[in-house]
Design a protein around this ligand. Structure first.
Ligand code: PGA
Length: 271
């Protein structure tokens, strides 16, 4: 993988990039530059750029670099519309653990995006209104032409967004139950597993696969085993991320530790 080449998210490709020497930081900066190039490319044509965004530890360095590009290199988010993948159900946007807070803390408070162009599922919608709300989230995405680039992390269950094992490939935005492993992984943030919500609103697999371009990031050994299943195993609902194998334009950026169970990497090292 050549991090000196400019990242270009305009050309379709399916690629798994696992640099032997580059760090999470280098790769994240490279991905951020790819996003910045797309934003500028669209701005020059008078077009909006629609980004699908993720939360969690994985994309943090990408957001840090996007903020730096805004502050130091004049990157404007004036023509950017964002849709977040998911939100815990039952949390209001004011809750410190809400993804609304997360996104504002790490990105939106530091850039010039218009607040009306930020879309994050509302975890406080009443149960009776959920279906209609989720349909409206989908309709809003469609009304702006769909997502240009969707950023993804991967959970240890193989989830993308909060689509846990068993997820349907035909699902749009919907209410889901969280897997026990996912709740355990979030327990530290919530001060114990008993405080972690059991439900979430998430874009569905179909929503994610509708994006023109998908960029999945993963760092560290704890993601190695599930990445092997997702990228080299059978495609199916038990590993929701495996559905990415059917998309024509996916870039998977992982560090060397996360790549350690991939057979292609193992043979690279042996050769
Ligand atoms: P993480 O979570 O970025 O905190 O590892 C990823 C995910 O659950 O999708």
């Amino acid at each position: 993988m050549n991090l000196n080449r400019e990242a270009n998210f305009l050309e379709p490709e399916f690629q798994i990039l696992y640099p032997l020497v580059a760090t999470q930081q280098n790769i994240s900066c490279w991905v951020a530059r790819g996003i910045a190039n797309l934003i500028r490319h669209k701005a020059a044509r008078g077009e909006m750029c629609v980004l699908g965004l993720a939360t969690g530890a994985t994309p943090l360095a990408v957001y840090r670099e996007l903020v730096r590009l805004h502050k130091c290199e004049g990157l404007s988010f004036n023509n950017v519309i964002t849709f977040n993948l998911d939100e815990y159900y039952g949390l209001s946007r004011n809750d410190a653990n809400s993804y609304w807070q997360f996104m504002h803390r790490h990105l939106f408070n530091h850039i010039d995006i218009k607040s009306e162009n930020i879309n994050i599922p509302d975890g406080s919608v009443g149960l009776d209104d959920i279906e209609e709300y989720c349909d409206s989230y989908e309709a809003k995405m469609a009304s702006v032409g769909g997502i240009d680039v969707q950023l993804l992390g991967i959970g240890r269950t193989g989830h993308i967004g909060f689509n846990e094992p068993g997820a349907s490939v035909f699902s749009g935005t919907h209410l889901v139950g969280l897997a026990e492993q996912t709740r355990k992984d979030a327990a530290v943030d919530f001060g114990g597993i008993k405080n972690v919500p059991t439900l979430a609103i998430t874009m569905g697999i179909k929503t994610i696969l509708n994006a023109s371009k998908i960029v999945l990031l993963a760092w560290g050994a704890k993601k190695a085993s599930i990445l092997q299943k997702a990228l080299e195993g059978p495609i199916g609902p038990m590993v929701p991320a495996s559905y990415l194998q059917v998309h024509q334009n996916v870039s998977i950026f992982i560090d060397h530790k996360a790549a350690s169970c991939l057979s292609s990497v193992t043979s690279d090292i042996k050769n």
